[in-house]
Design a protein around this ligand. Structure first.
Ligand code: THU
Length: 157
């Protein structure tokens, strides 16, 4: 028997001003995308902005439904749209932001398990690491690849 440990690395920024311009833009787009969120049940408005390897930025927001499971998170809305419109292009980065009452949440919203799994699949499909940026007003976290948020990724079929 061997005991093993998995460590993850990420960068914490005090604010967008500390980030490179490309990341800053993506964070701004994610915050902007929260305005198109349709979240009458949770009032939790999430926006996602993706940077594709052709330079295109694709955004999405959470879309809720009276039949709760029929709704979809911002991340998957954006990724499914990107893959539908630009199937040949890898997603290089995804920025995520959440607002409540129009105000950016202090703590960054972290993607749910289903969104992490979908990120893993598109990272594999794109063949390039997908960086993940989680933006809050108190701090912004950046992960270099999906594996950091989903260790032991399922990709075996
Ligand atoms: N949600 C997202 O869109 N992304 C996340 O990362 C977490 C949760 C949505 C789903 C639902 O519409 C609302 O936020 C509350 O869970």
């Amino acid at each position: 028997m061997t005991n093993k440990e998995i460590k993850i690395a990420f960068t914490e920024y005090a604010g967008a001003a500390e980030m490179e311009a490309e990341d800053r833009t993506l964070v701004e787009k994610a915050i902007e995308a929260t305005k198109h969120s349709y979240a009458p049940y949770s009032n939790f408005n999430v926006g996602a902005a993706l940077l594709l390897d052709n330079g295109e930025i694709v955004t999405g927001s959470n879309q809720e439904n009276a039949a709760y499971p029929s709704g979809l998170c911002a991340e998957r809305t954006a990724m499914f749209y990107a893959s539908s419109q630009y199937p040949q292009h890898a997603i290089l980065k995804i920025a995520i932001a959440a607002t409540q009452g129009g105000v950016l949440c202090g703590n960054p919203a972290t993607p749910c398990g289903s969104c992490r799994q979908v990120m893993a699949q598109y990272q594999l499909r794109g063949g390039k690491p997908m960086q993940i940026i989680l933006a809050g007003s108190e701090k912004i976290l950046k992960f270099e690849k999906v594996d950091d948020l989903l260790p032991l990724i399922f990709d075996s079929i």
